[in-house]
Design a protein around this ligand. Structure first.
Ligand code: SF4
Ligand code: SF4
Length: 387
């Protein structure tokens, strides 16, 4: 079986084009008049000025915006510290190296043992999931985006970084249940903060062993295909990775390195087959941005990857909804039947059954039992599921 078959990828090499980060919807919202608007400026401003744009509606109060914005504080510090040099680290640019590498390389007796060691350290540093895969140039951005010029700028990933470590941190289940709300964006901000701490610490550990490491969040390369190849989960209809442990409730980070490491294999547990039957995200999406039907190579706009047969989201519609409600949205994550607390054995059993011929029954049960329903933000403030 080829690596793409193993991962469930359907790439047409004759049509495939690598992606330029300038075409990412968030970058387009700054340079492309079809996406940028006065309202999108206000949308970003709400992440900086919670006192100015709150509403008197549950989930969108000053308190809700204040906690959401505070959750972004750590990753904002790193994103903004070299803004004067046209760098937005973690989002448009890889992280700068603050402290150099050891002069001598540690002896690595086996790639297998080193992989186990890296996973142990990554988890100690905060990762919930860790996988390793081979460098794949298809997922690396052709160019980065310059916030200063609003044009492309070179993506100069050093040669010889043959391995990619992918980490995932989980997002809070209770917070996600309050989507749509500004409060729920706290789960996203916290995910980025935890990813930042984890990739920076792990990258420095690798340098302390005398090897090279380039730490990255949303910058430099597409994270989802690397995460799937590294065995973290499967691709869902909503365009998000679905993990066994946390469903779609994860944020991803990655490290490019020359440290000798064993590679993980993609893990399939019936997500594609379940998504074929389930359309909850597509039905629930207020912007109608998620497709029904079979995966296809349809391209809605320049923010889609060309030459890959998959479920592709219309990012223009999605972002338009975010701007309209003045906060990011994760309704597709909230309603997904894989969005459960899998520390509970009955949810793990349900997931296992969802991967069998009983998937239709599990889907009906999921709806009947009210999974994926919205909780008020006031429920979270009152203690949420810990009550
Ligand atoms: S984030 Fe919201 S608007 Fe965007 S695809 Fe998901 S449900 Fe639709
Ligand atoms: S909501 Fe259903 S169709 Fe959408 S990603 Fe989750 S399982 Fe797949």
């Amino acid at each position: 079986m080829s690596r793409d078959d193993d991962a469930g990828f359907d790439v047409d090499a004759s049509k495939f084009k690598r992606f330029s980060q300038r075409d990412d919807i968030y970058c387009r919202s700054f340079w492309d008049p079809t996406v940028h608007s006065a309202k999108s400026d206000v949308f970003y401003e709400t992440y900086r000025k919670p006192l100015k744009h709150f509403r008197g509606v549950d989930g969108f109060t000053q308190n809700d915006y204040s906690v959401r914005n505070a959750s972004w504080y750590v990753s904002d510090i790193f994103a903004e510290r070299f803004a004067q040099d046209d760098r937005r680290e973690g989002f448009l640019d890889e992280f700068s190296v603050f402290r150099g590498a050891a002069e001598d390389q540690r002896d690595v007796p086996s790639a297998f043992a080193m992989s186990n060691e890296i996973k142990r350290v990554a988890k100690a540093f905060g990762a919930d999931l860790v996988g390793v895969t081979a460098f794949d140039p298809r997922w690396v951005y052709t160019h980065k985006y310059s916030a200063e010029t609003k044009e492309e700028k070179p993506n100069e990933l050093p040669e010889g970084l043959h391995n990619v470590i992918v980490i995932a941190t989980s997002m809070d289940h209770d917070l996600i249940q309050t989507v749509p709300s500004a409060l729920s964006g706290t789960a996203t901000g916290l995910g980025y903060a935890r990813d930042t701490v984890t990739v920076l610490s792990l990258g420095q550990y690798i340098r302390n062993l005398g090897f090279r490491a380039v730490e990255s969040l949303n910058d430099t390369a597409l994270a989802v295909p690397y995460a799937i190849q590294a065995g973290l989960g499967e691709y869902g209809r909503h365009g998000i990775i679905i993990t066994k442990e946390f469903g779609p409730r994860v944020r991803l980070g990655k490290i490019f390195t020359d440290l000798p490491l064993d590679h993980d294999r993609p893990r399939r547990f019936g997500v594609k087959e379940f998504c074929d039957q389930c359309n909850r995200c597509a039905d629930a999406c207020p912007a109608k941005a998620i497709p029904h039907g079979e995966p296809s190579d349809q391209v809605y706009n320049r923010s889609n990857l060309v030459g890959v047969k998959k479920w592709s989201v219309d990012a223009e519609k999605c972002f338009g909804f975010w701007v309209g409600q003045n906060s990011d949205c994760s309704i597709c994550i909230r309603v997904c039947p894989y969005n459960k607390d899998f520390s509970k054995w009955w949810n793990r059993l349900g997931q296992w059954l969802a991967g069998t011929w009983m998937r239709k029954l599990m889907l009906r049960l999921d709806v009947a039992l009210g999974f994926g329903a919205r909780r008020a933000a006031s429920w979270w403030w009152a203690g949420g599921s810990k009550n």
